[in-house]
Write a protein that binds this ligand. Structure first.
Ligand SMILES: Nc1ncnc2c1ncn2[C@@H]1O[C@H](COP(=O)(O)OP(=O)(O)OP(=O)(O)O)[C@@H](O)[C@H]1O
Ligand SMILES: [Mg+2]
Length: 361
């Protein structure tokens, strides 16, 4: 028999006064030692999920289990869970060591043991030399690390992080993402992080939970979410995806052939089933899976380029396929010069081997 997950949300719903749905029958298993990220637009229920796990919010219905034990009515301080809040919530009148040791001071530990644990936690986040510093003397990134040290010093089974990096600038944020991931692997602690930044979620997580309106849309590792989104919502939320209404024309083995206007596409069926001839489905096509050429050929369709956006290594073409179907193409920016201008006709085709998901309408 499979062991119980570390944390399980079992049909958890949370209704707020006025009929506002916070969570709607959420089932979620969190494994030991994983880095799980809750991702979704504002108001989708990310923070509410964390608060239910931490015990700050009690579900309207459903249960929270820890290793199979029902902890739904357990008080926050009796749960082996710690939270790092978005604003860090550090005590400004205490120095770094006092902030980190605060949680420990509520336990019966000797002074020497406390000091050792505080030192170890600060060492872990690279702030061993800031023990006596005042919080007001620290940079944003350093404060963030103090908040982390304060949370890990109590050795929680689960660490909850609510948008921990959102106050940092882009450069520091990227650096902290790497550090956070490294810290998590070193500690082996289960991390549950909230973000609305899909790039952050993709780069840091073992698994991502995509939420929408209090419900879970999909739970999967980053690459699966990117390559095989299960719904249109996930497809449009993770990266950029062209969602093309396409007619089914036939199959070659497990490849399903479609036409989006004049553009031939190939998709894979998750279930192995093909739609009926002429049936219309939404096919998801990544901009990097479309090639743009100056000449027409077999398998190409003409588009008119309406704008060109500089993306560094690539240029993003916004174009129109047939009668007003918008399509986005990422074209490599070649050293010898890019061959398209706004108003030009480009001939686009699906890159060989591209994996396009067929999405439920
Ligand atoms: N204490 C509360 N009272 C009433 N409604 C609430 C309360 N807390 C959350 N909500 C509502 O529940 C829904 C989910 O809120 P939640 O804070 O979980 O969203 P979120 O995904 O964390 O969003 P954000 O990215 O903006 O932080 C929202 O519609 C919100 O307005
Ligand atoms: Mg929130």
């Amino acid at each position: 028999m499979a062991p119980d997950p570390l944390v399980r949300l079992d049909a958890v719903s949370k209704m707020f006064p006025g009929g506002i749905v916070g969570l709607d029958a959420v089932d979620l298993d969190i494994a030991r030692g994983e880095f799980l990220t809750l991702l979704g637009p504002s108001g989708c229920g990310k923070t509410t999920s964390l608060r239910v796990i931490a015990g700050f919010e009690s579900p309207s219905s459903g249960r929270v289990l820890l290793e199979g034990r029902d902890i739904t009515s357990l008080r926050p301080f009796d749960r082996p869970v710690n939270t790092v809040f978005q604003d860090y919530a550090l005590f400004p009148h205490m120095n770094v060591a006092e902030n980190v040791g605060f949680g420990l001071s509520l336990r019966k530990l000797s002074g020497a043991e406390q000091a050792k644990r505080v030192g170890d936690a600060l060492d872990m986040v690279g702030l061993a030399d800031k023990l006596g510093a005042r919080v007001s003397e620290l940079s944003g990134g350093q404060r963030q690390r103090v908040a982390l040290a304060r949370a890990i010093v109590c050795e929680p089974r689960v660490l909850l992080l609510d948008e921990p990096l959102s106050a940092l600038d882009a450069h520091l944020r990227e650096q902290m993402q790497v550090e956070l991931k490294r810290l998590q692997s070193r500690l082996g602690t289960t991390f549950v992080m909230v973000t609305h930044d899909q790039t952050e979620a993709l780069s840091i997580s073992d698994r991502i939970v995509v939420m929408n309106k209090g419900r879970i849309e999909q739970i999967a590792p980053p690459a699966t979410l990117y390559d095989r989104p299960a719904t249109k919502f996930v497809a449009s939320f993770i990266g950029t995806m062209n969602l093309l209404q396409s007619h089914f024309v036939g199959r070659d083995g497990d490849r399903l052939r479609f036409n989006a206007g004049a553009l031939p596409l190939e998709a894979t069926s998750e279930t192995g089933e093909a739609p009926g001839k002429g049936a219309v489905r939404t096919i998801g096509v990544r901009p990097e899976d479309l090639l743009a050429a100056t000449e027409a050929a077999t398998g190409t369709a003409p588009v008119r380029v309406s704008s060109i956006v500089f993306h560094g290594r690539t240029l993003r073409l916004h174009a129109e396929l047939g009668q007003g179907i918008p399509v986005v193409i990422d074209a490599p920016r070649r050293a010898e010069g890019f061959q398209f201008s706004v108003g030009d006709v480009a001939h686009i085709s699906l890159r060989r081997g591209a994996n396009c998901p067929m999405l439920p309408s």
